[in-house]
Design a protein. Structure first.
Length: 255
């Protein structure tokens, strides 16, 4: 037997052999990856059918099973932008009483933001540039010196400036403290959790004060998000112009 083959085969007393599994090969990892890819593909194909009504009709009548089903959907939301988080929050508001809806939505949010963080942490900082290429707004984080991880997690969640999955992966890949990330993110998303839960609870009476206030809160958060983005774009353009001027002046002085 050649030396190359002997490294991948194990001799048995009877004279037979078996092929040892490659160290980088993992059936479990492939199965898990295939499962998530299949779920994401199904969601993408049926993205037009993923509505509040469809989720409510799909969810079992048993409260416990309904809660588990919603938590699975939150986990799926953590790795895909196909499902809008507001739909899940609203569906919970329709299906459960307000306290239970807020509890389930908060627990689902913890799962939803933890999944991409774990993916980013596993991949490491080598994917940071790739993530930024997918959404240039992540430069906001990279360009901030001496980051306050807790406040930054809170602020970026409450303004909703960056997609939740990419933001989670970035924080995970950059080595952010998970406790600070988790606390800041949950607190930042909590106004939306409450607003959408109330919206779902009062959806049968859109003229009720509860529904109107919840809609106003969400509109306010959207305005805050757009305002934050415009301020960032203005600051970025000014920085770019100043950099070009400095480069030009340096070129002239060296000429």
């Amino acid at each position: 037997m050649s030396a190359g083959v002997s490294k991948t085969r194990k001799e048995f007393p009877e004279g037979g052999f078996c092929v040892a599994p490659h160290k980088n090969f993992s059936v479990k990892k492939i199965l898990v990856l295939s499962f998530w890819i299949l779920l994401i593909a199904l969601c993408f194909v049926n993205r037009d059918k993923i509505t509040v009504e469809a989720i409510v009709n799909f969810t079992p009548e048993s409260t416990i099973v309904a809660v588990i089903t919603m938590l699975v959907l939150f986990a799926l939301k953590g790795v895909t932008v196909v499902i809008y988080g507001g739909i899940l929050y609203t569906a919970c508001g329709i299906m459960f009483s307000l306290p239970i809806a807020i509890f389930v939505n908060t627990l689902g949010t913890i799962i939803m933001i933890s999944v991409p963080f774990a993916i980013g942490k596993k991949a490491g900082n080598k994917i940071i540039d790739i993530i930024i290429q997918k959404n240039s707004r992540l430069e906001i984080i990279r360009d901030i010196p001496d980051k306050n991880e807790l406040f930054l997690s809170f602020f970026l969640r409450i303004v909703g400036l960056i997609p939740a999955d990419l933001l989670g992966m970035y924080f995970g890949a950059s080595g952010t403290s998970f406790k600070k990330y988790l606390l800041g993110s949950v607190v930042g998303l909590f106004p939306s959790i409450v607003a959408f839960s109330v919206m779902g609870m009062s959806v049968n009476d859109v003229s009720s004060p509860a529904f109107i206030i919840s809609v106003v809160v969400e509109i306010g958060l959207i305005i805050l998000s757009l305002t934050s983005y415009l301020i960032w774009r203005k600051k970025k353009n000014k920085t770019s112009e100043d950099s070009n001027v400095n480069t030009k002046n340096q070129y002239i002085s060296n000429a």
